[in-house]
Design a protein around this ligand. Structure first.
Ligand code: FUB
Length: 445
């Protein structure tokens, strides 16, 4: 469990995940939604102690739903440790997640591929052995317009293979991309690494231009990029995207276009207790220059603007969160995830809930408590903002014994950030699976 996020950070929306430490973001746009695949730094880690990968999703770039961990080192029978930086992509109605992890029998880093029918998993090992192995890390996957897929990876070299359309095999041999200073910039002071390329490549195409964005120089890293007229080069170094910032000595890029905007995902050490081995994923919106070059992007605590609003009149997962303090999540007996370890004074913020002109009349939530329950205070715009309702959650006889509770609500009109403030006795109060408001005439008791 992370240290409590200070109250002064309540307006921040970056880092976008606060329940755990996350690293190595890999966003994927699918079916109108952004799926975000990340690593997971263990609490109090003093190395890259990473056992599982995580999935999150959002339609508005600020409220993120936790889908838990559908892939871990244990998924790969041949893997020993190190759930490091990967990327997922969809093809053939399936989702392929390429990840670096340590091969138990060779002791080297290898690239595995997991497959699922759903972007949120569960994922299984597609092969039962590594897809490729040369002791290097950080796969990025890209499908060109002609259907040819490429898998790139590397540290200290940069290699690629041409994937077959099954996405789990390749044709031809592993090819090393020449790391020239014209292609990847000049590093001074390290005879073994004459260019800026360090790790974490992210390859994509925009218009007719191919981009490779990467973690540059070590340590601390910054984010730089190169472009090319083809997926195999020749690459031209284009400069810095994100300077060294943010109290993590690594950084890691993920770039997407979504809903008419461009977004840059990265990680830093911005949460309490954060640092080089306890990192957190964040996002910024940006606009390409007219010539296709990428502007300098600075880390912020505000993050990307919200796209649209959140509909409080449709069922929302309790683990859809813009910002929180003190809570955790866990797999729910009812499917998906639930919010857990809710203590007195903890809170969750969801951003931009559109209550409309008629306003909300009731709040319903699915809750369970193996203790004596507690209360949910519903506040607008801040933890001390207008109180629109208070819902009492009883003990239900078990932490996964859920019941549906409805409470009256007043004064909830217009669009507001919504704060769920949890109060009660000491210890865990209750778990929450989902919530939903109703609008319309006030129901008669
Ligand atoms: O998260 C473990 C390693 O740190 C990743 O594989 C690298 O890209 C760096 O972020």
């Amino acid at each position: 469990m992370l240290a409590l996020v200070p109250a002064g950070a309540a307006r921040a929306d970056n880092p976008i995940i606060q329940t755990i430490y996350t690293a190595d973001p890999a966003p994927l746009v699918y079916n109108g939604r952004v799926y975000l695949y990340t690593g997971h730094d263990e609490d109090n880690s003093t190395y890259f102690t990473m056992k599982d990968w995580r999935v999150w999703s959002s339609t508005d770039m600020v409220n993120w739903t936790d889908h838990g961990s559908p892939l871990s080192v244990a998924t790969f029978s041949w893997a020993k440790s190190d759930a490091w930086a990967g990327q997922a992509i969809n093809r053939n109605g399936k989702f392929y997640w390429y990840v670096p992890t340590t091969n138990r029998s060779t002791g080297r880093m290898a690239i595995g591929v997991a497959v699922s029918d759903s972007p949120t998993g569960p994922f299984k090992d597609a092969l039962g052995h590594p897809l490729v192995e040369n002791g290097e890390i950080d796969p990025t996957v890209f499908i060109d317009d002609n259907g040819q897929a490429y898998l790139y990876w590397g540290n200290p070299h940069l290699s690629y293979v041409k994937l077959n359309t099954d996405m789990i095999s390749y044709t031809g041999s592993v090819t090393q991309i020449p790391l020239t200073t014209s292609g990847f910039g000049t590093r001074t002071g390290d005879a073994n690494r004459p260019t800026l390329f360090e790790e974490g490549p992210w390859v994509y195409k925009r218009g007719n231009l191919y981009y490779i964005v990467f973690a540059a120089k070590c340590c601390s890293e910054f984010i730089a990029y190169s472009t090319a007229p083809s997926p195999t080069g020749p690459w031209t170094y284009r400069g810095t995207i994100m300077p060294t910032q943010g109290s993590s000595f690594t950084n890691h890029p993920g770039v997407i276009d979504y809903n008419g905007g461009s977004y840059f995902f990265y990680h830093n050490g911005a949460l309490p207790g954060g640092g080089g081995y306890t990192r957190s994923v964040a996002v910024e919106k940006f606009t390409y220059n007219a010539d296709g070059t990428i502007p300098t992007i600075t880390m912020t605590t505000t993050g990307a603007p919200q796209i649209g609003t959140l509909d409080p009149y449709t069922r929302q997962e309790a683990e859809t969160i813009a910002w929180e303090s003190g809570v955790e999540t866990e797999p729910s007996a009812e499917g998906g995830m639930n919010v857990s370890y809710i203590d007195n004074g903890d809170y969750i913020k969801v951003k931009g809930a559109a209550f409309g002109t008629t306003g909300a009349t009731t709040f319903t939530t699915r809750a369970a408590s193996g203790a004596n329950g507690g209360k949910i205070e519903l506040h607008l715009d801040s933890l001390t903002g207008t109180l629109i309702g208070t819902c009492t959650i009883p003990g239900t006889g078990g932490w996964q014994t859920y019941t549906t509770i409805t409470c009256p609500v007043t004064n909830a009109k217009g669009t507001h950030d919504l704060y769920f403030k949890y109060t009660g006795a000491s210890g865990s109060l209750f778990n929450l699976n989902w919530w939903q408001f109703t609008t319309g005439p006030t129901p008669t008791p």
